[in-house]
Design a protein around this ligand. Structure first.
Ligand code: BGC
Length: 260
């Protein structure tokens, strides 16, 4: 079975690094037009656009901070003027945030994580749905995390943002289903990107991490991106309102491989 998304207009937020970049590449490979949203390192976004165009794909880049509703609105106007709307939104922009026990956390640090990971997804989904509902078609896929269900000491803003994203996904799916729109989330486990580089780059951190993963390896961004394409495509036409985990078994209680 070959998955094609020819001519579909896709916006991927936080698309110039890590999982977002891999999803943008896979979507383009399947024939979608991709809008690479970024907030920093414009040269990387430009390079991605050039590489995709050289391969005969349609790609543009759009700068916008997803935590700013005005910039998000402008980004969607830009999509309207370039492509006349949007068919696919991938809410991917996100940060882990500063690690700290919650009682020692800085208010600004905590809010920053919520504003990017959760509010950003809300702002973008809201704008996307304003366009998808009238056209009675569309797919929204958000990058959540295993931490939408696994608590993580020192990262309460992150876990809270991802748990919120899970319920935003379910509720938007219910609201938008009558219009033929599907809303899903993807929950990666430990994937090899710069976000967790300090952990997999040192032997002790890596060993500790691998014990938490039944498949005993860190995932590759492409392994998340391939699942993203499946979920966005009609292959998953009857799947909505759910988070799909791509985590090497991390949420499978690996401690129970012994004892109990
Ligand atoms: C985080 C990573 C972490 C992984 C597993 C992800 O959501 O962004 O930093 O390695 O969860 O804990």
């Amino acid at each position: 079975m070959e998955i094609r998304l020819d001519g579909k207009r896709a916006l991927i937020t936080g698309a110039n690094s890590g999982i977002g970049a891999a999803i943008a590449d896979e979507l383009a490979e399947a024939g979608a037009k991709v809008a690479i949203n970024y907030v920093s390192r414009p040269e990387v976004a430009e390079q991605m656009v050039n590489d995709l165009r050289n391969k005969g794909k349609e790609a543009i880049s759009i700068m916008a901070d997803v935590s700013d509703p005005t910039q998000v609105e402008k980004m969607f106007y830009e999509l309207d003027s370039q492509w006349g709307g949007v068919d696919i939104l991938v809410n991917n922009a996100g940060i882990d945030g500063a690690k700290s026990d919650t009682w020692d956390s800085e208010l600004d640090d905590w809010l920053k994580v919520i504003n990017i990971n959760l509010m950003g997804s809300y702002y973008c989904s809201r704008q996307a749905l304003k366009r998808m509902v009238p056209q009675k078609a569309g797919v929204i896929l958000s990058t959540s995390s295993v931490h939408e269900i696994i608590a993580w000491t020192g990262h309460s803003a992150y876990t809270t943002s991802k748990a919120g994203l899970s319920m935003l996904t379910k509720t938007l799916a219910q609201e938008a289903a009558p219009y033929g729109i599907r809303v899903l989330a993807l929950a990666p486990g430990a994937i090899k990107t710069t976000i967790n580089q300090d952990v997999w780059n040192n032997q002790q951190g890596l060993n500790d991490l691998l014990e938490k993963i039944p498949l005993r390896r860190i995932g590759e961004p492409s392994e998340v991106a391939r699942m993203a394409v499946v979920l966005i495509s009609d292959t998953a036409s009857y799947v909505t309102g759910r988070t799909i985990f791509v985590d090497g078994g991390m949420t499978d209680y690996p401690d129970f491989a012994h004892g109990g």
